[in-house]
Structures are given as structure tokens and as C-alpha cells.
Design a protein around this ligand. Structure first.
Ligand code: NDP
Length: 286
């Protein structure tokens, strides 16, 4: 028989997690603040606990999927975690994850970052970052693999959140550019579908193939002179802003990249490639 699992939180994601455990044959004990949420889990064999403490007591492995970090702290307050492994899949910052690991130090702690939407859970495209207790990860790897491909990224509990947030910033940056491009196309009534399928998607796909080269430049130093140096890009970028304003499109999604290009050129990186912007950004934050 497969080991039992407790799931705290039956929102859209917690319900998908519980459903995947049930489908794989894990006895699954569930708790949600608002009783009776996701009634379909009852028919699948879930056992409902009336309190979070009762749910935690029922399994050695406790998976938490609540709204935000503060919800986790208030829910877990005063619960005996002796001998438990807690896997917190609630979205957090790296520092929040480290604080939660300290707060729940009576348990073996793994923090997680889910790279999927609920419908993807249990499917082959989903993956979940884990960091924290290596022993807990090894012990529960097979159970966690029920949800999504498990990717363990280190003993620092904050590292899963760092990976998660880095991928999300990549995604939002990409969508910000695409949304702006669609607004520009729409300013001349170009059909979004054909503009996207004929031009935007192939262009973005082609541009993304340069990412491994950018990463290699960061790891090993630039291998060759930039084909499209930052001085040229900064000069051309003004046209992106001017054309947007002239077309009645709010440029606020694309202005920051122009600012960063100018800052890089002013800092002496005019002959460098896009990879140099990573250092400029890190210096600015530091
Ligand atoms: P939902 O809004 O659907 O569910 C939120 C859950 O948190 C519910 O179980 C809710 O309980 C509970 N909750 C909220 N406030 C409290 C509280 N004060 N005390 C106790 N429980 C509380 O969110 P999701 O399930 O979609 O998301 C859960 C986590 O998963 C989030 O951290 C989210 O960022 C992350 N995530 C979600 C993804 C998605 O696409 N949905 C993708 C990747 C990560 P109640 O029913 O009582 O309100």
C-alpha cells in the first residue's frame, strides 16, 4: 500500500494535488479552512479532517498549499510536527521560505515552487522545484513525483522559491513584450491571430534561441564581439517608445528596458552584448 499523505488547502491547486495523490493510490487526508470545499474529492476517497492539527497527525508527509506565506504561519501555529515532513508548496519569496523553515523546524522541511497550473498536475509537462532537507526529498521523492517532475535544487530552503520566481519573471517579461506588440498591431487593426501566428511567435521563438549563448557568455565571458551591440540597441530603442506613443499605445511596459540599455551604455558597455545587462541590473540592485 502507498504511504498516506496530508494536503492542507483545497483551493484550485491544493485540490489538483489531492486529486493526483488519490489517483495514484495514496490514502489522502485533506483539510481546508472552509469545510466542504471541492466535494468531488470525497467520491475519489479523500478523508476529511476537521482541523489542520488532525490532518497533520494523520500522515508522516504533510503538503501545504495555501494562499500566501502568512496563511501558512497562522495555520501551522501550535501544531505538533514531531517526526513529520512538511512540504510547503505555497508561493513564497526566498526569505519567506527560509523563515518558514525556521518556524517549522520541528519537521523535516522542504519548500517548493510549482511550475504548472492546476490542470497540468499529474501530467508530463509539470515540474516542481524543491529545496531544503535533502533526506526528506530522497525519502519522499517517489510520492512527490506523483504531482509533477520533482527538481531538487539545494539545501537552502529559499532556493526553490528563487528558481520559481526567476522563471516567473522570465515569463512575465516575455508576455509584457508580446502584449505590447499586440497593442501596437491592434493600433492599426491588424488581426491578432495572423499577426501572432505568422510573425510574433516565429520571431520570439527565433530570438529565444540566443538564450543559451547569453548564458554561456555569463558563465565563461564573451566569446566573440557582439553582433548587435548595446550602443546600437539603445539608439534604436527610442523608436520603440516614440512609435508606441504616436500609435496611442502606453509605453510603460517597454520603457524600463530602454532605461537599462542607456544605463549600460553610460556605464561603458556600449560595445557589449545583451548578456552585459545582467551585471548592470545586479549592480543597480546591489
Ligand atoms: P486558491 O485561491 O484557489 O485557494 C487558496 C487556498 O488558501 C484555499 O484553500 C483557502 O481556503 C486557503 N486560505 C486562504 N486564506 C486562508 C487563511 N487565512 N487561513 C487558512 N486557509 C486560507 O489558490 P490556489 O489553490 O490556486 O493557490 C494556492 C497556492 O498555490 C498559492 O500560493 C499559489 O500562488 C500557488 N500556485 C498556484 C497556481 C495556480 O495556477 N493556481 C500555480 C502555481 C502555484 P478557503 O477555501 O477557506 O478560502
Amino acid at each position: 500500500m502507498k504511504p498516506p499523505v496530508t494536503v492542507l488547502g483545497l483551493g484550485a491547486m491544493g485540490t489538483a494535488l489531492a486529486r493526483a495523490f488519490l489517483a495514484a493510490g495514496h490514502p489522502t487526508i485533506v483539510w481546508n479552512r472552509t469545510p466542504g470545499r471541492s466535494p468531488e474529492l470525497d467520491a475519489l476517497g479523500a478523508t476529511r479532517a476537521t482541523t489542520a492539527a488532525e490532518a497533520v497527525a494523520a500522515s508522516p508527509l504533510v503538503v501545504i498549499c495555501l494562499l500566501v506565506d502568512a496563511t501558512v504561519h497562522s495555520t501551522m501555529e501550535g501544531i505538533d510536527l514531531t517526526g513529520k515532513t512538511v512540504v510547503n508548496l505555497t508561493n513564497s519569496t526566498p526569505d519567506q521560505a527560509r523563515d518558514t523553515a525556521k518556524l517549522l523546524d520541528a519537521a523535516e522541511y522542504l519548500d517548493g515552487g510549482i511550475m504548472a497550473v492546476p490542470a497540468m498536475i499529474g501530467g508530463s509537462a509539470a515540474f516542481i522545484f524543491y529545496s531544503g532537507s535533502a533526506a526528506a526529498f530522497e525519502q519522499h521523492r517517489d510520492t512527490l513525483a506523483t504531482l509533477a517532475r520533482p527538481e531538487y535544487v539545494g539545501t537552502d530552503p529559499g532556493l526553490a522559491a528563487l528558481h520559481d520566481i526567476a522563471l516567473l519573471t522570465g515569463m512575465y517579461g516575455m508576455f509584457a513584450g508580446a502584449i505590447h506588440a499586440l497593442a501596437l498591431a491592434g493600433s492599426e487593426q491588424l488581426p491578432a491571430g495572423s499577426f501572432t501566428n505568422r510573425f510574433l511567435l516565429p520571431w520570439l521563438t527565433a530570438m529565444l534561441t540566443s538564450l543559451p549563448r547569453i548564458a554561456k557568455d555569463l558563465d565563461d565571458g564573451p566569446a566573440e564581439p557582439a553582433g548587435s551591440n548595446l550602443a546600437m540597441q539603445a539608439a534604436a530603442y527610442d523608436n520603440l517608445i516614440d512609435a508606441s506613443v504616436a500609435q496611442g499605445v502606453d509605453p510603460s511596459l517597454v520603457v524600463p528596458m530602454g532605461d537599462l540599455l542607456r544605463k549600460a551604455v553610460a556605464g561603458g558597455y556600449g560595445e557589449a552584448d545583451l548578456a552585459a545587462l545582467v551585471g548592470v541590473l545586479r549592480t543597480a540592485a546591489g
